[in-house]
Design a protein around this ligand. Sequence first.
Ligand SMILES: *[C@@H]1O[C@H](CO)[C@@H](O)[C@H](O)[C@H]1NC(C)=O
Ligand SMILES: *[C@@H]1O[C@H](CO)[C@@H](O)[C@H](O)[C@H]1NC(C)=O
Ligand SMILES: *[C@@H]1O[C@H](CO)[C@@H](O)[C@H](O)[C@H]1NC(C)=O
Ligand SMILES: *[C@@H]1O[C@H](CO)[C@@H](O)[C@H](O)[C@H]1NC(C)=O
Ligand SMILES: *[C@@H]1O[C@H](CO)[C@@H](O)[C@H](O)[C@H]1NC(C)=O
Ligand SMILES: *[C@@H]1O[C@H](CO)[C@@H](O)[C@H](O)[C@H]1NC(C)=O
Length: 518
Amino acid sequence: MRIPSLCVFWLFSVGHATCNLTRKCSDLADKLSLPNTTVWFTESIPAGANVSFPDNDPTCGRPYQQVDVDICRVATLTETSSNPASNISLEAWLPSDWNGRFLSTGNGGLSGCIQYEDIAYGVSRGFATVGANNGHNGTSGQPFYQNPGALENFVYRSVHLGAVLGKQIAETYYARAHDKSYYLGCSTGGRQGFKAAQEFPTDFDGIVAGAPAFAFANLTSWSGSFYTISGPPGSPTFLTQAQWARVSKDFLDQCDDLDGLVDGIIEDPNLCHYRPEALLCGSKPSTDCLSGEQAETVRKVFSDLHGKDGALVYPRLQPGGDASLLMSGYPFPYTGDWFRYVVYSDAEWDPSTLGPEDYAFAASQNPFNVQTWEGDLAGVRNRGAKILHYHGLQDPVISSDNSERYYNHVARTMGLTTTELDHFYRYFRISGMSHCSGGAGAYKIGNVMGAMSGYDPDENVLSAIVRWVEDGLAPDHVKGTGETGEGETFARNHCKYPLRGRYTGKGDPKSPDSWECV
Ligand SMILES: *[C@@H]1O[C@H](CO)[C@@H](O)[C@H](O)[C@H]1NC(C)=O
Ligand SMILES: *[C@@H]1O[C@H](CO)[C@@H](O)[C@H](O)[C@H]1NC(C)=O
Ligand SMILES: *[C@@H]1O[C@H](CO)[C@@H](O)[C@H](O)[C@H]1NC(C)=O
Ligand SMILES: *[C@@H]1O[C@H](CO)[C@@H](O)[C@H](O)[C@H]1NC(C)=O
Ligand SMILES: *[C@@H]1O[C@H](CO)[C@@H](O)[C@H](O)[C@H]1NC(C)=O
Ligand SMILES: *[C@@H]1O[C@H](CO)[C@@H](O)[C@H](O)[C@H]1NC(C)=O
């Protein structure tokens, strides 16, 4: 246990108020009584501090974090099984200037990494914010090997426990319960948000879930299928990075104008019926065009993946997506880890052998229901909680077509129209957004601290979910901002599915007023 005694120093530098909070933070360790949990340390952190994490796994790539506000930082470890041992490391950051709300953050990929930047974002807005390590440290899936407790932590227990314990920690610190609780996550974090919605609907009043890695076993098969399509670099079926760039440009040539404006952004990939044969070299081979086999590769990437007996495994990469990452000519690392350490418990498993039998086996195995594909969200609806789901339409690693598939799966399972779903579940397609952030589009929507133009609920999804939950004002669109190739700022209102954005044909295309949702 590490209890800093900086009170005397702060007494002189900032005065009694901070000193009192320091005392309150150091007292917290003794006051907390949490099941199977050790309080590692508590420490007061003053606004503006650059906190370093010397024990953090280097693969997490998060050695330090700037913190903008005064907080009490609490680090705990909860034992979740013995023989083999598993545990969850949790951090709760409690701002002095608390807004009465609780926020939980998620993880990415197969990690293993507390997303300190998301916690810092939460506290900067006044939320008591938690983040957990998903039951292991680092980005590898190796800790799942013959450790079901560690796997269970990854699939659902880490975020759930973080919500349960985090709320208790906040209540002890502030001497009162929170008012409303929220969740913010993308990618694996998006799947974790839907896991809460499907199985732990009382954990959160509002969930922001981006680019969810749900249908997880199938997604993992799909990510691994690309290497079996392309083969290693130099194979006749393989495209170079330059050729993929050529394909991306050709997508725009064929489909950019379908939304009424040629601007490098495809508003609705569903309208795009791409024809890679337009890039065939014909009788003049060159590096700027495709062979017949390469055109076949492009067709496969942008076609749904089917398995045994024609079953849909996972939808195509959405048209216009950049395939160069998945088609790098190397096996997708998460797929290798998942099949080696979870599906087959065989560290020697060879990713080049992946095929329909493996897809089916991984899907039927579905440990702890990692698929996260339940279509019944009645738990969320019945308690009045809200879900804001978003997905970038140029996501190069998780197809946005799968988000659309889930939305329609929920609609069918619950038998609800879009108007009825709108009361508790809304899905926004973010044109031109890459995986969780970045891209040619108006991708800055406030889902992460590094990508926002402000805190107004119209242009910030975290503020938007708060307004929806607390004021009953549901978002009809999500306003994003971005930069054009010329470095000019532009804004666009991203439409609520199934609507799509269309340029009205008049007015400045950089202004959202020149676009409509149809
Ligand atoms: C510090 O806390 C004590 C009680 O614990 C209180 O009487 C005092 O007013 C506080 N000082 C400041 C500056 O908040
Ligand atoms: C925080 O500290 C690290 C070294 O521990 C340094 O590299 C980094 O630049 C610092 N960040 C800020 C914002 O000061
Ligand atoms: C604490 O751990 C034990 C053994 O692992 C388990 O049986 C028990 O349910 C845990 N308690 C809570 C509240 O999770
Ligand atoms: C947490 O579990 C891991 C194995 O998953 C183990 O190596 C480590 O020692 C445990 N940590 C503690 C503090 O018990
Ligand atoms: C993760 O790292 C923390 C801090 O170093 C350590 O206490 C914990 O045991 C580690 N967890 C696992 C599962 O190895
Ligand atoms: C996953 O893939 C299997 C075929 O391998 C299919 O039967 C199943 O419906 C798929 N599940 C989801 C959630 O996509």
